[in-house]
Structures are given as structure tokens and as C-alpha cells.
Design a protein around this ligand. Sequence first.
Ligand code: GCW
Length: 881
Amino acid sequence: MRHLRVRTPNHFAERIAIAAAALALAWNTPCIAQPQTADQAWLGYRELAVKPEVPGAVASLYRRARSGPGALPQNASDEVLEGAASAQLQSGLMGMLREGPKLVNSGPRIVLVGTRAEFGALYPMIKIPELGPESFWIGTSQTGGGEWDILVAGGDGRGVLYGAFELLRRVSQQQAVRRIDLIETPAMPIRWVDEWDNADGSIERGYAGRSIFFDAGHVRDELHPAAEYARLLASVGINGCNLNNVNNAAAFLEPDMLKGIARIADAMRPWGVRVALSVDIASPQKIGGLKTYDPLDPAVIAWWRAKTGEIYKLIPDFAGFTVKADSEGQPGPASYGRTPADAANLLANALAPHRGVVLYRAFVYNHHLDWKDPKADRARAAYDIFHPLDGKFASNVIVQTKEGPIDFQAQEPVSPLFGGLERTNQAMEVQITQEYTGQQRHLVYLAPMWKWVLDFDLRTENRSTPVKEILAGKSFHRPLGGMIGVAGVGQDAWLGSPLALANLYAFGRLAWDPNLTAEQIAEEWTRQTLGNDPQVVRTVEAMLMQSWPVYVHYTGPLGMQTLTDITGSHYGPNIEASENNGWGQWHRADHEGVGMDRSVATGTGFVGQYWPEVAKVYENVSTTPDDLLTFFHHVPYTWKLHDNKTVIQYIYDSHYEGANEAAHLGEEWATLKGKIDPSIFDNMQRRLTYQAGHAIVWRDAIVQYFLKLSGIPDATGRAGHYPNRYEAEKANLFHYSVIDVKPWEDASGGKAVSCTYEDPGAIELSQVPAGPTFEGNIRSCTAEWKFTGKPGRYDVAVQYFDLRGGSAYWTFLLNYANPESWVGNADLPTNHPHGDNSTRHIIHNVLLEDEDTLEIRGFPDKADPAALDYIELLPASRPVS
Ligand code: GCW
């Protein structure tokens, strides 16, 4: 038998290789062949099936209001913004209605755009309500003979622009605008995205290709994508963009770089987006040649003043600085015994004459904590450091705090610091880029998480103080505040995954109006992006709304955080990565139980950072909500949750349910075939298929880990039992060697096989010894099993490791025939077999009979050893075609 296979003619291997190469091409085809535009997100403005009645022309009032007697003074900024607003309205309406409207100077039947002052100068009879900066009013006026106009009035140029986008948003959702009468004011003044782009063009925690701003140490020549990004941001009211990574920031203040930054500012300005920069607090020393960066040193003060002046000469509307200091290796004021307030005020004083602001990040903590100290607690750090400084920050400083006390985990409580800074401006930082939430390969719509935080009532001084009102400055009467979204957009269609764009959209909408619901936003986004077909809208909204809880179910439920590889990629499962190190993302799982005691009575005291009404809930294990239980308490696995289920059984159930739910997301999507843009359909289908497989990796890792650790069986018998699974390490192996996967829970049974033998070079087939599976000079390894189950049709799921650094491929054969090949080049993290890269491929509808031989042949490539975990036989899921 072996002999026969050795003699498999070379053309067989070639056939496989060609198939694999074709596969590689299909998967790798870049999405960046076309110029990157905002249309690729939600601004497509495709023709509507139902066309609302809208006037047929667009006019801006700017010029007319600046001519003749009583003319208004020139205002360059308003001119640009109104120009953008009217051009956007014109092209948007044209796209959706497929007729008119033209750009004209006056009516009738016209959409008129202008500031409130311009309307006042030209049409004093129209009563327009008071409008503050960035606000708008949209109304209609009768012009006789049944004709009517739509009026879009802004408190300023930005307001005009935001009003234009609101009108387009309504039309694109087929809403009637005949009687529109609407005033909107943004809830908070600071609505920024932060990019963590590096000067070399890479992006920290970016999952959508390279930077649209930087490359090879410079600002890119071609900045059209930056302008398009600003258009996208403006459409949801985002007014600032901090361009660079908070780590490695010093180079951005070099004179040449600043000139490039000025070009980016020029590209984004027409859309009302001001640029800001992350700065390294040690810049005076690193690039300024000073011996110190002590924030109180006069030379340091003078350096920042001069540098800031240099920036404003180039960029008169520069927004300000973002600072990460004394955190994760970044230098900070602590080096000189100074406080964050000293450092923040140093920069604030330099920016104040130019009306710039400082976003000082509260993400300051010691990452060398003593994990053996039961009182040590990273969650405490922000409050411990910043609360004592309340009232000490200059009026143009905003303290920027992540939404939870740890770090963008799949689920965390709200940071208590929001309730601990009553005399300080505050902004909340959330992550649009999905660092800990599936890195855009998993569908996770984050608006429900953000909404939960925004609505959370911290009960400061025993009164109602929801986070959204603190950020809006209402709770503590603060002039400045807002929301910051770490976006991570790149050259691959902004965020890589088409549906991930719902997060960027939702961030802007919530910063504008935190009272919108996550469902409303999902619906708006879906209609604009994928069309108004009711089935599409219903299905996608439902998928988005389920996606976050689903992800929590199969990653880190009960407040365990993400249970990912926190010292590595932050992607796949690695439960112990959180433990026994100073990073402080501990869940403290042991043989008896899981969770971190953060109570005041017996734990780290973190709970005491909340105001009493909230602290009371979290202090007591029985009043703590189940979904945050282990964040606040260490409980035995036998602890009963509120529905009487034990913690361990919940862990098992939640992971099995979560993986099923993930598979269901793909099934829901499949019902949209033919109803939406085919390229979006295919792209998402591939991602959702992958996600369903990876959710199983998560499920099995966590379930087998806690089964072993607790020793408590799963009441339903699933954990540790995989009846139709054929392990690679138990197969008949030819050249594959058995390896231990690290961490062990990332492979079924902790082991896999890897095709890592030396490259034999070109050899004669006749010299091939009996047994091995060389195909000419193509190396391969084989794992082979005998089928012993019930004859019938099955889907064969193959669990393999798709490593970086090569495009290995695998071939499935049944009785040494009918090869089906696929290639592994999905660009997943980690260069050894790991849960990060464990991937599932399914061969559908395989007819199996007793004693059939199932075989996987792995063809390694460069650093990718075609590693294999197992195959599993599943009920056939598709009709035979
Ligand atoms: O979540 C962590 C990330 C780091 C990031 C840091 C921060 C910019 O893993 O990549 O660094 O947070 O927010 O500063």
C-alpha cells in the first residue's frame, strides 16, 4: 500500500500544487487595487429603490452673504466647510436619486445650506433657532405653488457640514424629509479618533494593512485616502484625528515630519477634522538636545513653547497633544518625582495661547506588579494615581481614561475613575480596532458594549451621574469632555472586515449622541452600507447585535476578561498567559476556583474606588452580576450563579453555546446571498466561516483547560469527549512528527503533528525509500486513519495550523484518490502552532464506508511546517450537489 503511494506520479503533486497556488491567489488578492474612498464604507450613496421627495438643486449661501451692502465678514473656514457640504449633498443626492440635483445659486425647489448668520443676512424672515458651534437645524420653507425648499443651517461651518450629512443619512434610509424640522447639537465637544500609526507605516494593533498616512519614516506623498477618511469621519461628526502611536512618538516632532503633518492637516481640514499628535514627554531630551525633560525645568518649558509655536505656524488649527507617560515603558514625569498633572500642565501651557488641548491618558500603571501579593491590583492604578490630582489640571487638559480599569477586554466593569474626577475634564477612550475582541477576523459589533458603559450610572455623591453625562460635562459642569476611539484604519478597506466598519460608524454616532441605541445605529449603518432591503436590514442588525455577547461566550465570560495570550498577540486562547507575571491581567484560576478578589473586606480594595451605591453591589458576591462575577470575586467552581448553575458548568455551557452561536452568524449571513454587493458578501462569508472554526478552537481550549484544572466533569458529558475526532498524533504518520503545542490547551489533547524534516533537495523517485511521501522534490508528510464509524455522508473538518512565514498546503484524500487541497496563508499571528493560527477547513459531503482510508497530506513551505491537529467527522451539512 505504501509503495503504491510512493510511486504516485509527479503530475499528481503538480496538480495539487497548481490547485494550491490558485487558492493562494484567491485568498491573497488585495482589496487595495482600487483607490481607497469613503464610498467603500457607508457613503456609497447608491440609487434608492424608494426615492423620497427631495428638492432638485443645492445652493450654498456663503458667497451671496458676503456680497452687497451689510455683507458678512469673510470666514475662510466656513467657506471651505460649506463648499464641502454642498458638494457632498449634490453628489450624494445625485447618486441616490439618479437625477439632478444641480449646484445652483438660488431656488425654487432647492436645498439651501449656510450658517445661521448667513440665513439671517439673506432671509431675515426665516426664524432659525439659536445654534451653538457644530450644531445644525434642518427645516423646510414653502416657496409658493406647492414648491418647497430644505434649509440646512449650521451654528458654524462644521454645523452646516454635519447638517448636510444628516440630511443625506435620512434620504439614504428612504426617510421622508418633506416635513423635516430638526435641531441637533453634539453631546460632547471632543470627538476624536486616535490612530496608533508608526512613522514606518506599520500600525500598532492595526488589522487592516499599512498606514494611510505614513511610510518609511515620512508622510506619504499621496494623501487622497487621508482626505477620504476625513470625509468618512465628518459624516458621523468626528472632529479630530490624532495621527500617531502613543508609543514611539518622538520622531513626529522633527521639523520635516511636521511639514508632512501639515499636509495631512490640509487634506483633512475641508471636512472639519483637526489633526493632533501623540507626543513623547522626553522629546526635549530625545530630539531637542536638552539634558532633561523634567516638566518643571525652565529650559524644558521653553522648548515645548517653541515647539508648539513651530507647529501652529504650520497648522494654525492644530488640535493638540495626546500623551502616554509612565506607562508600559514610556518615559514620564515620575522620573523626576513629578506628577501627571505637572507633565500635562507643561504641555497645556504651551498649547493654551493657540487654543490647543492636551489629552493626558490615565492608562498609567506598573507592569512589574508582584503577582504573589494578594493586594496588588492593576485595576486600581488609574484611580490611585489620578484621583488625588483632581482639580490640579489646567483648564485645557482632558484626562483620557479607557472605558474599563484593565485594558479593552471582551468584558470589564466601567472605570471608577470617571466618578473620581469632579474637577477635571474627562474623555473616555474606547477601541474601534478589535485588539482583544477578535482583531476584525471575528465579527464583534462594539456599540452595545460602549452603550452599556455610557449608560452606566456611577452614582457620584449618590445622585444620577451616568458616564455619558460626565463625558458631556453635565454632571460636574466641565467645559470640555468627550470620546476618543482608537481606530487603526489602514490601506485594506479601512478596517479590513466590511462589517467592522459598523464600529467606526457607531463610535462617531455615540460621541455625537450617546442616547442613540446600539440597534438604531446598527440599522442606520446597514441601510446606508448594504441597502434598504428589509431582510438585509433585519438580518444584519440581528447579527451585529448578537456578535459581542457571542464573542464573550466563547472567550472570557463571567468577567474573566479575554483569556487570551496577553504577552503575545492578544488574539487566540492562552489562559495562563495572564498569570505569574507583572502585567496584572490576572484571573487567578486555580484548582478550587477562579476570579480575583477585589472587595474591600477581603481583597484588593478596588471596589472601594466606586461611589458607595455601586460599591455596595460589587462588594458582595451575591449581588455582583454574573457577567462580572470573577472580575470582583474569587469563587469556587461549584459556586452557584443567579440561575443556580455552577460556575464550572456555566464555563462549559457558555463556550459550547458561543461556538454554536458563532456558526449561526455564518448561516444568517448565507441567507443574504444575491441580496447585497457580492464582493462584500464573499468577503464576510469567508471571515464568518473562519470565525466559526476559530470559535471551536476557543471553546475547546477553555473547556479542556478548566476541565483539567477543576477536575469537575461537564454534566452533559461534552467536555473532553470528542467522539468523531481522529487525532493527528494517533494517526499512522509518515514523516510527520508529534509535537507538544504550547499552550497545551490550544491543541486537541495538547498535541499536534508537524512536517519539519530537512529539505531532501531534488531526488530521484527511485531513491525514495519505501514509506515516505516525497513527490519528486516536493516534500510532504502524511497522516492516515481508518474510518470505523457508521457508513454515510459526512463533512470532514480538518484542524490545521496556518503559520506565518510560508504558504503550506494540505490535501485531503479518500482511499488515496480525489484530492482536495487548500492553502494556509491567512496571515495569522504567531510563528509556532498555537491557538492564534489553529484553523478549520471543511470538506463537505464525503461518502464514507467501512475501512475507508482518510488521509491528510501536508506540504510544508518555508517556515510553515503544515502542522495538523486532528480531523473530525461531522454530519453532512449541505445537500449533495
Ligand atoms: O492595550 C494595550 C496595547 C498596546 C497599547 C496600550 C496603550 C499603544 O496592547 O499596544 O499601546 O494598550 O493603550 O497604550
